[in-house]
Design a protein around this ligand. Structure first.
Ligand code: SF4
Ligand code: SF4
Length: 145
């Protein structure tokens, strides 16, 4: 079932990218999918109605919840990141005035601390949202780019 739901989310993302003017080839490359499957999605041959309804509910959730669910459905964290990017256009931001440099968010390869300054490497961040739940100061959050 998780794979089916992930397929439903990919179908929704493919349709959103098409509406934004992306070509079928570009969508297939972005999502690392076979062009014929993307073509099916773009011509209305989706996964089942039930799967699509669940997928629609997930993509309408706030990013804090939607991102965690999408990551739990996908074994490929970079594909999950790409889906989250299209759906939410979000990135992780740190509010420096709230951060105590406690180090609770360290452990993720995207986060480092230099002196008392915490830095997030956007290229390495896969938008999983786990650091948000670790921060006792609510200094980390998703923001729209
Ligand atoms: S969202 Fe995930 S990958 Fe990005 S900085 Fe936070 S824990 Fe690391
Ligand atoms: S967990 Fe929060 S307060 Fe602690 S270092 Fe990370 S961002 Fe700063």
């Amino acid at each position: 079932m998780p794979e089916h739901i992930l397929s439903g989310i990919k179908a929704l993302v493919a349709m959103k990218m098409r509406k934004e003017g992306k070509l079928q080839k570009e969508i297939a490359e972005y999502l690392n999918m076979d062009r014929s499957i993307v073509s099916h999605y773009l011509h209305g041959r989706y996964p089942s109605d039930r799967v699509m309804k669940v997928s629609e509910v997930i993509v309408e959730l706030p990013v804090e919840y939607g991102a965690r669910i999408i990551h739990s459905l996908s074994n490929d964290k970079y594909i999950a990141k790409k889906l989250i990017k299209v759906i939410y256009n979000a990135k992780i931001k740190i509010e420096k005035d709230k951060c105590l440099a406690c180090g609770a968010c360290l452990g993720c390869e995207a986060i480092s601390i230099e002196g008392i300054e915490v830095k997030i490497n956007e290229n390495r961040c896969v938008l999983c949202g786990e650091c948000i739940s670790k921060c006792p100061m609510n200094a980390l959050k998703f923001v729209e780019e």
